[in-house]
Design a protein around this ligand. Structure first.
Ligand code: BES
Ligand code: MN
Ligand code: ZN
Length: 491
């Protein structure tokens, strides 16, 4: 589904179908009235019939003629001014209904509807992101196409001249490209998406977008004394990798922002083996990695004026004759020792060495993204990601970036008191803190390695994928990360 802006007035536009917003169950917008006038008041008449339900996203098809053979009336909800959420629901309903028609090109006037606290640029971005979200299919590994081709193929967004409307569509398109990439990597099963595959994907993206790529192998990790990361890889036949991608969009002196993503391509739990039920979903345990790669794609496509480093520690977590055993003690790259009481708490072990490693880039800000704890799913469910940061300013920036783009997070505590749960009689710390506040103690563990920069941690265990019949990666939190980086690039 491709989106573009056009400055032709809606009354004169040609398209297979127009998406016409209806406010408070009865009112047309300026463009809607133009179309109505050209077609002899047909739209107003149908609205008066009362057949269009008021619920946001309800639709009613009206046959027209000439250059515009149909219009889809789209209810924006009962209020004259829609809430951001109702607007997105309306867009989803409209594009899904339009997808059932034999219409290749749609003309959407939905951004003419008022939305509380949002400008036209926001409404354009929301249409692109929602449209691309419903257009995505994972068909890479199907030999037969099961679903009909995606319709509409093109969506034209009429806008007035001036404004940053084209830029808004370009931004959302780049973010959607990043989201698609993250969903694709997340959905690929672990026999395809191995650490080596992630490394190849990163190298390919680097070539395409002019990034610097470096992939560290086991020997380089050994030389760096990454004992925590290596302890997770021990049980696997797949060699682990540490992927580094660098984008320079600002002066070399400007300190970079670093994104670190958990890249466990499959999490069996290791010797602390997980139960069999739903274990297939642990192929999604590299969604943190996928999301930071997706965010890098959006940034590089948009040529943002900032410097960005993406670091992905990636390995499988497998049981095996050489695998790490509960009680084993390893030395991390930072020098701190860790008693591994549960090999299933592996995410923090690969991240802690990556958090030490990023220090060499002297980043101003580091954000790590990880499907880290089941406890985070219990705390926040599937709507908001967990946000942990000792910095109020950084936490506020991330909260706002997420809320604005509909990819929300929620701040969780990091108080000193929780650190006590990580005490070990044998090493500097244990890798688990017991059942209470499991996502907080996981973040506390990471905080001991996140030194020398501003740091935030996003636990995306509940938001990175959907279970059940709609099983699949969501691409979150690419929109949050990209929106945060867009704001940073604006300065
Ligand atoms: N990848 C899992 C976290 C996870 C679990 C994400 C379920 C989504 C759904 C992580 O590696 C893990 O296994 N965490 C353990 C930690 C525990 C052993 C302290 C967990 O959450 O159970
Ligand atoms: Mn685990
Ligand atoms: Zn895991």
């Amino acid at each position: 589904m491709q989106f573009s802006t056009r400055t032709t007035p809606p009354g004169r536009a040609r398209a297979d179908c127009a998406l016409v917003p209806v406010l408070a169950g009865k009112e047309l917008t300026a463009g809607g009235r133009e179309i109505d006038a050209v077609h002899g008041g047909r739209l107003a008449k149908v609205i008066r019939s009362g057949d269009l339900p008021a619920k946001a996203g309800s639709t009613l098809l009206v046959q027209l003629d000439g250059h515009l053979p149909r219009a889809l009336l789209v209810s924006m909800g009962e209020a004259r001014e829609a809430a951001a959420r109702a607007f997105t629901d309306a867009v989803r309903g409209a594009l899904q209904a339009a997808g059932q028609l034999a219409a290749d090109e749609a003309l959407s006037l939905l951004h003419e509807a008022p939305v509380t606290g949002r400008d036209t640029e926001w409404k354009l971005r929301a249409q692109v992101l929602t449209g691309r979200e419903i257009a995505y299919r994972f068909e890479t590994l199907k030999t037969k196409r099961e679903t009909r081709p995606v319709r509409p193929k093109r969506v034209v967004l009429p806008v007035s001249a001036g404004g940053s409307f084209r830029a808004a569509v370009a931004q959302a398109t780049a973010i959607a490209n990043g989201v698609d990439m993250a969903r694709e990597l997340g959905n690929l099963p672990a026999n395809h998406c191995t650490p080596a595959y992630l490394a190849d994907t990163a190298r390919k993206m680097a070539r395409e977008l002019g990034l610097k790529a470096e992939v560290l192998d086991v020997r380089q990790m050994q030389a760096l004394k990454m004992g925590a990361l290596l302890s997770v890889a021990r049980g696997s036949e797949q060699p682990p990798k540490l992927i580094v991608l660098r984008y320079q969009g600002a002066g070399a002196k400007q300190p970079p922002i670093a994104l670190v993503g958990k890249g466990i391509t499959f999490d069996t739990g290791g010797i602390s083996l997980k139960p069999a039920a739903e274990m297939d979903e642990m192929k999604f345990d590299m969604c943190g990695a996928a999301s930071v790669l997706g965010a890098m794609r959006a940034v590089a496509e948009l040529k943002l004026k900032l410097n960005l480093v993406v670091v992905v520690p990636t390995t499988e977590n497998m049981p095996g004759g050489r695998a790490t055993k509960p009680g084993d003690i390893v030395a991390s790259m930072s020098g701190q020792t860790v008693e591994i009481l549960n090999t299933d708490a592996e995410g923090r072990l690969i991240l802690c060495d990556a958090l030490t490693y990023v220090q060499r880039f002297k980043p101003s800000t580091v954000i790590d993204v990880a499907t880290l704890t089941g406890a985070c799913v219990i705390a926040l469910g599937h709507h908001r990601s967990g946000l942990f940061s000792p910095s109020d300013a950084l936490a506020t920036e991330l909260l706002e970036a997420g809320n604005e783009i509909g990819d929300g997070c929620w701040r969780m505590p990091l108080d000193e008191e929780y650190q006590e749960q990580l005490k070990s009689p044998f090493a500097d710390m244990a890798n688990i803190g017991g059942r209470p506040a499991g996502s907080v103690t996981a973040a506390c563990f990471l905080s001991r390695f996140a030194k020398g920069y501003d740091w935030a941690h996003l636990d995306i265990a509940g938001t990175a994928w959907k279970s059940g019949t709609n099983k699949g990666a969501t691409g979150r939190p690419v929109p949050l990360l990209a929106n945060f980086l867009l704001a940073r690039a604006r300065g």
